[in-house]
Design a protein around this ligand. Structure first.
Ligand SMILES: CCCCC/C=C\C/C=C\CCCCCCCC(=O)SCCNC(=O)CCNC(=O)[C@H](O)C(C)(C)COP(=O)(O)OP(=O)(O)OC[C@H]1O[C@@H](n2cnc3c(N)ncnc32)[C@H](O)[C@@H]1OP(=O)(O)O
Ligand SMILES: CCCCCCCCCCCCCCCCCC(=O)OC[C@@H](O)COP(=O)(O)O
Length: 380
């Protein structure tokens, strides 16, 4: 009991957070550099370069998974039917996921890890994320598809990036947050005004999905991808998880409901495909209503257990990187030079501010104006 309490207190200590962030940042930059070294390999053996980058990408992303699974002890429960379960991780899929939570990317990654597709997981991500050190840089080498969320500018690049995935050598899940931005009350209100204008039924728990990205993804990955995984995520007891909470060791309870829909059953025609997606979001809304009323999603629970790999990778980087920094700091302190000590202190502060900025990228309060601004412009 006392040991558990001590551990809980330890997880809230700034020093622990600094060590975790230091390991993440330094290992991440080392891996980014290794990824850079694979560049000359691309023209010679593209498939090998891709496979190496998947492993390197795994080594970064799985640190956040380990933080969620092992540090915060967050429980990730999967609601899905056993027949579909057998196929997860053994085929390429498009994942359609709601976008309500600051850590939904970490929860998504956790399921990817458990099914062995973490290194190769893909997403249609906003361009701003490509500038985030470590993760954004890693994504260049993993052929993540970036968009500016302006269809006229995106169409060409998105289509080309999707086509490039036709010969991808590993099984991948391609994530689409069709709502295009995270849920806020303001964005919801505006988006429901758009729904009303379009004569579409209102959604209670989702923003109106943007259909262009989905239709173009289905179109360009046909033949490569076999299914759409309609995924609906929620957290028990109205938890609103944050990355800072996870870093402080707070345990959350994620519930994910996944339905496997064969890609063949999705209409090829663009307007039919868009209508199909709107219907899907109406169903997703019903699942969320069911969750609110009963505290669970429909269907059986088929849980993949957490695996040791993410933890092993994390401990490896801790062992490699913590000892040298301790020696370095000790040498600096013993040097007796006030100037050097002050410089080191300022450098550490600057790095901490950088990491805080990175964490800020996950915070909904600091989110974009997308879904607010464009409607106002359309109305002007
Ligand atoms: C199983 C577990 C999970 C597994 C996880 C798997 C993989 C994990 C991998 C990685 C994890 C990391 C996660 C990182 C997450 C980062 C995610 C993001 O960055 S989300 C933001 C970027 N992505 C997207 O936006 C994708 C969805 N968007 C689209 O597809 C868009 O179509 C687009 C391609 C971006 C283009 O957008 P644009 O706005 O320019 O054009 P649209 O034509 O789509 O939109 C206009 C259209 O929408 C109507 N509409 C609806 N609401 C509004 C509104 N509020 N304001 C204005 N307009 C709105 C509008 O009427 C137009 O309608 P129409 O099409 O009829 O003209
Ligand atoms: C071991 C781990 C140590 C942790 C140390 C700190 C790590 C910092 C990690 C930063 C991670 C940055 C990746 C951010 C991914 C966020 C995905 C996301 O949710 O983006 C939002 C967009 O979809 C929509 O944006 P909005 O229009 O809502 O605005």
């Amino acid at each position: 009991m006392i040991r558990m309490g001590l551990l809980k207190v330890l997880k809230t200590q700034l020093l622990c957070h600094l060590i975790i962030c230091y390991v993440f940042l330094v290992s991440g930059i080392i891996i980014n550099l290794l990824q850079l070294c694979t560049l000359p390999l691309w023209p010679i053996n593209k498939q090998l370069a891709r496979k190496i980058n998947c492993r390197l990408g795994y080594s970064i992303a799985s640190q956040l998974v380990a933080l969620l699974e092992w540090w915060s002890g967050t429980e990730c429960t999967l609601y899905t039917d056993p027949e579909s379960f057998r196929l997860y991780g053994k085929e390429n899929a498009i994942v359609v996921l709601n976008h309500n939570f600051e850590i939904d990317f970490m929860t998504g990654w956790t399921f990817c890890e458990r099914f062995g597709v973490l290194g190769s997981s893909k997403v249609l991500a906003k361009k701003e994320l490509s500038f985030v050190p470590v993760i954004g840089w890693m994504w260049y080498f993993l052929e993540i598809v970036f968009c500016k969320r302006k269809w006229e500018e995106d169409r060409k690049t998105v289509v080309q990036s999707l086509r490039n995935l036709q010969d991808y050598p590993e099984f991948f899940w391609f994530l689409l947050h069709c709502e295009g931005t995270r849920f806020t009350e303001k964005k919801h209100k505006i988006s429901m005004e758009v729904a009303e204008k379009k004569g579409l039924p209102k959604l209670k728990y989702h923003l109106l999905p943007r259909t262009k990205g989905f239709c173009v993804t289905v179109q360009n990955l046909r033949g490569k991808v076999t299914a759409v995984y309609d995924s609906t995520l929620n957290f028990r007891n109205n938890e609103m998880p944050t990355l800072l909470g996870v870093l402080n060791g707070k345990k959350y309870h994620a519930d994910l409901y996944v339905r496997r829909i064969p890609l063949d059953s999705i209409p090829e025609d663009e307007s039919e495909c868009a209508a199909w997606l709107h219907k899907l979001y109406q169903e997703k809304d019903e699942f969320q209503e069911h969750y609110r009323q009963t505290g669970r999603f429909p269907g059986p629970i088929t849980n993949p257990p957490r695996r040791l790999w993410a933890l092993v990778n994390w401990l490896f980087w801790v062992c490699v990187l913590v000892y040298p920094i301790c020696v370095l700091l000790l040498q600096l302190l013993l040097s007796g030079s006030t100037f050097t000590i002050v410089c080191t202190f300022v450098f550490c502060l600057a790095v901490s501010a950088g990491v805080r900025w990175m964490i800020g990228q996950t915070e909904i309060d600091k989110g974009s104006n997308y879904g607010v601004k464009d409607v106002q412009m359309n109305n002007n």
